[in-house]
Design a protein. Structure first.
Lengths: 180, 428
């Protein structure tokens, strides 16, 4: 099911809104990050790291260990630096509590992964001045907006006559390009 | 909430998937004529092989020119992703390799391109996949073939050799109730005329060789993932919903969500079976797609004029073109392809088999060959060529009996097309 087809309020986000979020955040706490390389949460964390984000895995069962080279914290409250965005890689019933913690630590964005939506949590975060994205994946969104996802034949739904941004580390890395 | 403008079909046909080349600024998609791509470092290589990141490894599995074609097809069909292949048959191989296990069955319409009937009947049987036939004119005939081994239903939107329009929604309902994906071959219609995803298709397959490429210069194929089938919930498709040993235990449907089928077809079936499209062919087909809307309008206009002229000719027994008011498919054509019923159709000659042979030997402008969907007008006698390997019963069921002549109407002046048929019909 495409995000557009799933209905509900605040589930259609313009490319501009998503881009603004991905351009503005640097530190992303991934709640529910798994140490298993076969899990989507691991893929997403590693991809965001490669794009230059400071990714902080949060998982109560793995505190102090590392996931893809980043130290794991047991909870959002324990993180030792400011967090811009909280990516919720948990089932929807955990979203409300995590959103409360995200507000408490001063995060600016609450992002719920593909398949995760909680409208009460979204309302709570928005009332506290946070931006909210539900039922989306930041890796897919970054891949769409940079054009990288098209390399695997995926419909990015982005039309642009501007040259895509190239990453500093090598030919096979694209970026979101200059801020607009 | 911000509402973004949705680009129209003609705009997508030119722009979807094709941003300027980041390295050179080239505006037209370059032909990336390379087998392989350097890795940034070993970590990057490992991430690519593990499917953790997007990128290019080897042109059997992905190529940047082909990728633009794929994204454009996905956009035109309203799908989530696409995969281009060496031919339409290659795409069918990849689809069924991803869906089927030995012992599984699928249901296909009898009204198919003769090559598909062969592929399904004989080559697929060697894989232990059994095709059960149904009648595309009778959606209930599909239901009658459903068993607990059924894994897919396959139809053509407008059936080759022409004139038949499938009731996609009615057949999609049967597929949904059976819990299997509906695969629609949309080659004759192209997404300009019919958009199967809007009528319940889960997977779309194309021969790009025909109207999409449109110039008779490149063989190619594609599958489009409509992103509509819930593989995890189904459990009937282990390739999609179970951890894969060859990728360290990742699960396709879980990791790749609503474009998982296209990814699985690429990183498993294409990786292992190998029918990759050549970059040059992808480039030529992309160039063709830019003018698809204009070409299809003229193809349909010319085809209707020729069909009407033939219908009034004394040596013509019948004309089977869904765009004609006299066609029993005109109602379905109005529903599914209101912009036109395509440009491939059949007609029967009063003189039967012999007259058919004389006609194809007497035309001067029409080319006697086995393709369709070219700028040039094409003619063939299916019974002696494309459908020759079928039994008499199969030929009749596929609409390719002895008296049948198939035309693919090109983009020449319609008066010249008609004049050529006129002189050829007058020669016997």
């Amino acid at each position: 099911m495409t995000p557009e087809m799933s209905g509900g309020r605040q589930e259609t986000y313009s490319d501009r809104e998503i881009r603004e979020i991905l351009d503005s955040v640097r530190t992303i706490a991934v709640v529910g990050a798994s140490p298993k390389p076969s899990r989507p949460s691991y893929f997403v964390s590693k991809y965001l790291m490669a794009k230059g984000y400071d990714v902080i895995p949060v998982n109560p069962g793995h505190g102090g260990k590392d996931i893809a080279g980043a130290r794991v914290f047991e909870s959002l409250a324990q993180i030792d630096r400011p967090v811009d965005m909280v990516d919720i890689f948990r089932s929807a019933d955990a979203a409300y509590g995590i959103t409360q913690q995200a507000i408490a630590i001063g995060a600016k964005v609450v992002w719920m992964q593909l398949g995760v939506r909680d409208e009460e949590a979204a309302a709570l975060a928005e009332a506290a001045g946070l931006k909210v994205v539900m039922n989306r994946c930041p890796k897919i969104e970054y891949g769409r907006l940079s054009g990288e996802i098209g390399w695997t034949g995926v419909n990015s739904r982005v039309l642009s006559s501007r040259r895509p941004g190239m990453g500093a580390t090598g030919g096979q890395q694209r970026t979101l390009g200059p801020k607009r | 909430m911000m509402q973004e403008r949705q680009p129209g079909f003609d705009t997508l046909a030119i722009h979807a998937g094709a941003r300027p080349d980041p390295a050179t600024g080239a505006r037209v998609t370059p032909i990336y004529q390379t087998t392989s791509y350097v890795f940034d470092n070993t970590e990057h290589a490992a991430a690519l092989f593990n499917l953790e990141t997007f990128g290019n490894i080897y042109s059997r599995i992905m190529n940047p020119t082909a990728a633009v074609l794929e994204e454009r097809l996905a956009a035109l069909e309203g799908g989530t992703a696409a995969l281009a292949t060496a031919s339409g048959h290659g795409a069918q191989n990849l689809i069924f390799h991803t869906l089927m296990e030995p012992g599984a069955e699928f249901i296909a319409a009898r009204q198919l391109y003769g090559g598909s009937i062969n592929q399904f009947s004989y080559s697929f049987a060697k894989c232990g996949w059994t095709v059960k036939w149904a009648d595309t004119e009778d959606p209930e005939s599909f239901r009658a073939q459903v068993t607990d081994k059924t894994r897919a239903i396959f139809i053509e939107s407008i059936a080759n050799p022409g004139g038949v329009v499938s009731d996609i929604e009615a057949i999609a309902k049967v597929a949904k109730e059976a819990g299997v994906p509906l695969i629609v071959d949309n080659t004759l219609a192209t997404p300009y005329l019919v958009r199967p995803a809007e009528h319940g298709a889960d997977i779309i397959v194309h021969s790009l060789t025909k109207f999409l490429g449109g110039h008779g210069n490149s063989v190619g194929g594609a599958l489009v993932d409509c992103g509509t089938f819930d593989w995890m919930a189904s459990g009937k498709y282990p390739t999609m919903s179970e951890p894969l040993e060859s990728y360290h235990g990742i699960t396709m449907a879980e990791t790749f969500g609503n474009f998982a089928f296209a990814i699985a077809a690429r990183v498993l079936a294409l990786r292992d079976l190998g029918p990759a499209i050549a970059p040059m062919n992808a480039f030529l087909i992309l160039t063709g797609i830019e003018t698809l809307p204009l070409r299809m309008q003229r193809h349909c206009e010319n085809a209707l004029a020729v069909a009407q002229w033939l219908e009034a000719h004394e040596k013509v027994a019948w004309v089977n073109y869904a765009g004609l008011a006299s066609s029993r498919f005109s109602g379905l054509a109005e529903k599914y392809c209101p912009k036109g019923a395509g440009a491939v159709f059949t007609f029967g000659l009063e003189g039967g088999f012999e007259a058919g042979v004389k006609l194809v030997e007497s035309v001067e402008l029409f080319s006697h060959l086995a393709n369709i969907g070219d700028t040039r007008s094409l003619i063939i006698h299916p019974a002696s060529t494309t459908h020759r390997q079928l039994s008499d019963d199969q030929r009749a069921a596929a609409g390719a009996g002895d008296d049948v002549v198939r035309l693919s109407i090109g983009l020449e002046d319609k008066d010249d097309i008609i004049a050529d048929l006129d002189q050829a019909l007058a020669s016997f």
